[in-house]
Design a protein around this ligand. Sequence first.
Ligand SMILES: NC(=O)c1ccc[n+]([C@@H]2O[C@H](COP(=O)([O-])OP(=O)(O)OC[C@H]3O[C@@H](n4cnc5c(N)ncnc54)[C@H](O)[C@@H]3O)[C@@H](O)[C@H]2O)c1
Length: 396
Amino acid sequence: MSKPINVAMIGQGFMGRSHSNAWGQVKRFFKTELKPVLHTVFGQEFEHPENFAQVWDWQNASTNWEETIKNPEIGFIDIVTPNFMHAPPAKAAIAAGKPVACEKPISATLQEAREMSQAAEAAGVDSFVWFCYRRAPAVALAYKLVREGRIGQIRHIRAAYLQQWADDSVPFAWRFKKALAGSGAHGDLNAHIVDMTRFVSGLEITEICGSIAETFVKERVVPNGNMTDEELRYSKDAKTGTVRAEVEVDDTVLFLCRFDNGAVGSYEAARQATGNFNRNGFEINGTKGSLKFNFEDMNHLEYFDATQPAEVQGWTKILCTDPCHPYVGNYWPAGHLIGYEHGFTSMAYDILRKLNGEEPVVPLPSFTDAYNTQRILESALISATEKRWVNVADVR
Ligand SMILES: NC(=O)c1ccc[n+]([C@@H]2O[C@H](COP(=O)([O-])OP(=O)(O)OC[C@H]3O[C@@H](n4cnc5c(N)ncnc54)[C@H](O)[C@@H]3O)[C@@H](O)[C@H]2O)c1
């Protein structure tokens, strides 16, 4: 007998669409005991959430997130608002004893991330963070191969998440304001690759150095939006009337690190890496083999097996679309490729399993996991500002 669980989603932007799709699709592709009901979507008044609700099959629309979270009919809260608006609804959900999922980075500040982690642990409430790339079948396969000892002792990790969208024609938005976003490419992109490599390798970053944070576009034009003058540090061109706001976050952050097994690594996040659309990937090099992943070619995992005789050694490009690969058997037959949205649907499936007391296919990141990723990001920013080694254990 399946059991319904009423979901409320707080926010309705880009992630609002991808999560609505996931909650709608999961019951079609996966057999689950818990069946999500798209009960209520929250959006700001000017967004007219009733229109969004109609398109994405939400039963109700709300412009009051506090009331939505308190509604006794709601059993699960999903937060897809900008980073500064993660902690307030997350804490309200925890206070109401409701399991809660939140977009990444967990928060705009380390303090809020710590508070969210502590609140979830103290209340014993299930918490999840949408590090969706863990559930690309190729990444979940990499996780499995590392645990099978296929690449031996990991010695070196290179990770880079490169995008190109933020040239100077892109207008000001919450993503460029420190109080709203926390950081730029760092929290947006490095958060994903730090989580993904911690997940695949099972290693923890202990020390960081050589970090560089750079903002190339210092000001952006403010579009006709809903940000108040107080929220912006702005300048107005007397002749044209164009309002420009100061960009307060990074465009690019690079750093070097050591892991707890003695391995070393490098991370790169950039929003102006021309020619790269969503090149989110890693190379993990071990004593017996290596793995490579690039999300722009997300159905493939590359594997080098150094235990093979030298005459046949070489990179194997594995098409991860066979039903034996994680999650794939629930979608299409072998060779029928899957895409970006499937990571979210597969994560919705694992969340439903966890809420029903079952094991997820691969581990899910909790608020505490995401807080630990945030500590690494914060350590890198300290290294960039103070130009020194930073011990991650000291950053809490
Ligand atoms: N997992 C991923 O791959 C991924 C990808 C993109 C974004 N994200 C994360 O998802 C979150 C949302 O990003 P997005 O791209 O969907 O943003 P967005 O700007 O497209 O949408 C944000 C939505 O939040 C709501 N909102 C905005 N300001 C608010 C306020 N002051 N009070 C209440 N609600 C408000 C609105 O409904 C808005 O539509 C961010 O934390 C971002 O880092 C994750």
